[in-house]
Design a protein around this ligand. Structure first.
Ligand code: MIG
Length: 806
């Protein structure tokens, strides 16, 4: 077999002579430990190690296609050392210890391995150790609180229902064992440990300067990604674990939720109020109380007599329904409860080692749990959505899937519950909950996503999940669970969402206004709406038993501010949607720390060049809330360069540094010089087609460009060419500015009748002379905004030349 022949080659060459050869993976064995090193893609090294044999080559995170490719490795053999190199990545293996140092493409050390084969314990656990560089910052690991930079911290992976979590709570709801380190020079590498068991990541907490990754079980199977830029690491990670799908456009709309809107009349009243208050919105959520006795896939017919009519009527107002469907199926044999009966008839529920069902108490009382690690169970689960989908329900919310169990100290199921793996390229086998716990939520959301895709192949599924595992971004959006209405949570929440974006999850949000605790003050609620308006997922939600928390709660001044920010989000949808579409191809998140777009800010050291308090939406908008959100004191914003613009006034700013005087009516937003930002006329829902012109805001500066992307927003027709994609550039010259509309791609015909150009930073009072398609076009000047305004026809390609009049 292949492995034996490689081993034989190594034995022959061990005499010490140097020579080079090429192979697609290196397998070595020493002291009963087998090591494999391979390069699945450019800039990525995969390392697997096991006792006696390699761990199984299967994964819930990395699809087979991404694991099966192996780039050629150039191997240079020394007496005790093997040097491997592939495209933009390398490794140095010590043949005695099986330590694998990972190198970048030019041979520079990225990660020094200090454990090698001694990482494996006799009992099936492991502890890897590596040396971190002194100036490395650490980001990622998904949804974690604590410090924004994870250096000096230690984190555990064990999906947990953590009501009212704090800065000190760990673990939380998700397991994403992927992080990147970034140096002060902006050089990054990433590491992803593909292991679903309980693991711990220690970034120099126990031992200064040492990275240690340990676990009680499961494979040593990890990937090191060479960057070198932080964005490169994200793309390498996306290459392995996938990108989020292009979500329906309405997922970018404002979403109103509460535990619970309890009756048909209440849901209608909320929808009506959103419209009468002119709060643009796309979604109303229905939490557990719509169900019959909290049983998933039932409806309480007394309070919701006609779901189809409700969904249809709301759809007419541009509002879609998202329903919660928890994984805990009521343990109710012989009662005509279809979800139980169907799962039991097919033998799809989890069992104890003795063979009886595992039953745990959750909302319905005693409940049983689908074994989502079986493809058959996932199919059955997905089919359960047929009824709701037929009624016109648009999306689904998978909660409690850590899984969360009431009335037991562990808050989850016993570790000896037996799961049966029958899926993907895993060898069919039974295993314990210890292996499947952290991936249960991901597989739950996968079953939902795949079910929806089967039921309506031409409709983009929308799934929101609480628990997940790496790779789960392919199936669902996520939120950060049960936060608290506090200023601290508003701030920490932003960092959680930014770190989720650095962990492959771009479709993320938190409960706007806060879920639990004392109700938010009007100011806190307003600030949360302001920041929420720029989050990928903009969803207001609150616990049962609290006072109302919808955007219209409080005095008219506060309500008007919230309305203004929600409306601004809708005006920005063309920009947000183009960013989301790019994300579906690249994996670069919507919400970004400043250093992701501008790695050089890290050299400024202080507060990570602003990345701790400020963040960017897409490539062009920088948001700078106060580092102490509730404080009235002035604060300073350091922009990543000169000549930035103020988003709200449109005016060019002097200098890199801005002093901000906090004002509850304002949220400082800055625009990159060189940005071209598309905006649209206000609509009250993405279901309504805007009327009039597309606005293109041009902010002259270096590297001037922007993107348009449009399609029908809901179907898969974009995959068949029914989309519009267009790259726009601008060039400054002595005489003025030239805007180049590159050739438009795709067959989608957009809603706009023409384009209104806003040329910002127009210092002159005289309007420019403008030629579009070679023909003269009228222009005017907005003196307050210092912008030139020009109406041009829809530019499928061609250029607009703008010159200062003489
Ligand atoms: O035990 O469905 O995080 O958003 O409102 C609580 C009721 C269960 C927890 C979720 C929350 C939801 C609530 N759920």
């Amino acid at each position: 077999m292949r492995r034996n022949s490689v081993l034989a080659m190594v034995a022959l060459c061990a005499a010490g002579a140097l020579h080079a050869e090429t192979m697609d993976r290196m397998v070595l064995s020493r002291g009963g430990v087998v090591l494999e090193v391979s390069a699945p893609a450019s800039g990525i090294m995969r390392i697997r190690m096991g006792r006696g044999t390699l761990p199984e080559d299967a994964s819930w995170a990395v699809p087979a296609a991404a694991r099966r490719t192996r780039l050629p490795l150039n191997v240079t053999r020394g007496s005790d050392v093997l040097q491997l190199s592939a495209a933009h990545i390398g490794a140095r293996i010590d043949m005695r210890t099986l330590r694998v140092d990972v190198l970048d493409g030019v041979g520079k050390l990225l990660l020094a391995d200090l454990a090698g084969r001694s990482a494996l314990s006799g009992e099936g656990g492991f502890r890897m150790r590596g040396r971190m560089s002194g100036d490395d910052h650490v980001f990622g690991l998904g949804d974690k609180t604590g410090t924004f930079d994870r250096k000096g911290g230690a984190y555990t992976m064990w999906n947990s229902d953590t009501y009212k979590f704090t800065q000190a709570t760990d673990p939380l709801y998700k397991t994403i064992p992927f992080f990147m380190t970034v140096s002060d020079r902006g050089q990054a590498y990433g590491l992803f440990l593909d292991n679903t068991w309980r693991t711990t990541f220690d970034f120099g907490k126990t031992e200064r300067g040492m990275l240690s990754i340990s676990g009680e079980g499961g494979p040593v199977d990890y990937y090191v990604m060479a960057g070198p830029a932080p964005k490169d690491v994200l793309q390498q990670y996306a290459r392995l674990t996938g990108t989020p799908p292009l979500m329906p456009q309405w997922a970018l709309g404002f979403q109103q939720s509460k535990w619970s809107y309890k009756t048909d009349a209440e849901v209608r009243a909320i929808a009506q109020r959103l419209r009468s208050e002119r709060m643009p919105s796309d979604v109303v959520y229905m939490d557990i109380d719509y169900q019959d006795r909290s049983r998933p896939f039932t409806v309480n017919g007394a309070t919701f007599p006609d779901m189809r009519k409700l969904a249809t009527d709301l759809r007419g107002q541009g509002i879609r329904l998202v329903l919660i469907t928890d994984p805990h199926v009521a343990n109710a044999p012989g009662q005509g409860y279809a979800a139980y009966d169907g799962g039991a008839a097919r033998d799809l529920f989890l069992k104890l080692p003795g063979g009886q069902y595992y039953s745990g108490d959750v909302w319905p009382g005693a409940a049983v749990f689908p074994d989502f690690s079986r493809v058959q169970a996932r199919r059955w689960w997905g089919d359960l959505y047929a009824g709701f989908v037929g009624d016109g329900v648009a999306g689904f919310w998978n909660d409690m899937n850590e899984p969360s169990i009431f009335n037991v100290p562990s808050k989850t199921m016993p570790l000896d519950v037996v799961h049966r793996i029958e899926s993907d390229d895993f060898a069919p086998r039974s295993t314990s909950h210890a292996e499947m716990h952290n991936v249960y939520g991901q597989l739950n959301s996968r079953a939902t996503y795949e079910g929806l895709a089967r039921l309506q192949p031409d409709v983009r599924p929308f799934v929101l999940t609480r628990a997940t595992y790496a790779g789960g971004q392919r199936y669902a959006a996520t939120w950060t669970g049960d936060n608290v209405s506090s200023w601290q949570h508003l701030k920490t929440g932003m960092q959680q969402l930014v770190n989720l974006g650095l962990s492959g999850f771009s479709w993320v949000g938190n409960d706007v206004g806060g879920y639990a605790g004392e109700p938010p003050s009007p100011e806190l609620l307003t600030r949360w709406f302001q920041l929420g308006a720029f989050m990928p997922l903009f969803r207001a939600h609150a616990e049962t038993g609290r006072p109302d928390q919808e955007p219209w709660v409080g005095d008219a001044v506060q309500v008007e501010i919230r309305r203004r920010f929600i409306s601004e989000r809708y005006r920005l949808l063309p920009y947000l949607y183009a960013t989301a579409e790019e994300n579906s191809r690249s994996g670069i998140p919507l919400l970004r720390p400043v250093f992701l777009n501008f790695p050089s800010v890290l050299a400024n050291g202080d507060r990570l060049g602003g990345s701790e308090d400020q963040f960017m939406v897409g490539g062009d908008l920088l948001l700078a809330p106060s580092p102490t959100l509730e404080s009235p004191g002035d604060y300073n914003v350091e922009l990543p360069g000169k000549d930035w613009y103020d988003y709200w006034t449109g005016r060019r700013l002097d200098g890199k540094s801005q002093t901000v005087k906090p004002d509850i009516a304002q949220l400082p937003v800055y625009v990159r010089p060189g940005a071209i930002i598309p905006k649209q006329p206000l609509v009250q829902s993405t279901a309504f087609v805007p009327e009039g012109r597309l606005e293109l805001h041009v902010y002259p500066g270096a590297d001037c460009h922007g993107d348009l992307y449009a399609d029908d927003g809901i179907s898969m027709a974009y995959q068949r060419g029914s989309f519009l994609r267009q790259h726009i550039r601008c060039e400054e010259s002595q005489s003025g500015l030239k805007i180049l509309f590159e050739q438009r791609e795709g067959s989608w015909r957009p809603w706009w009748s023409g384009v209104e150009l806003y040329i910002h930073g127009w210092e002159s009072d005289a309007p420019p002379e403008v030629h579009a398609f070679g023909a003269a076009v009228a222009a005017s000047v907005d003196r307050a905004q210092k912008a030139a305004l020009i109406q041009v026809p829809d530019m499928v390609n061609g250029s607009v030349e703008i010159s200062r009049s003489r």
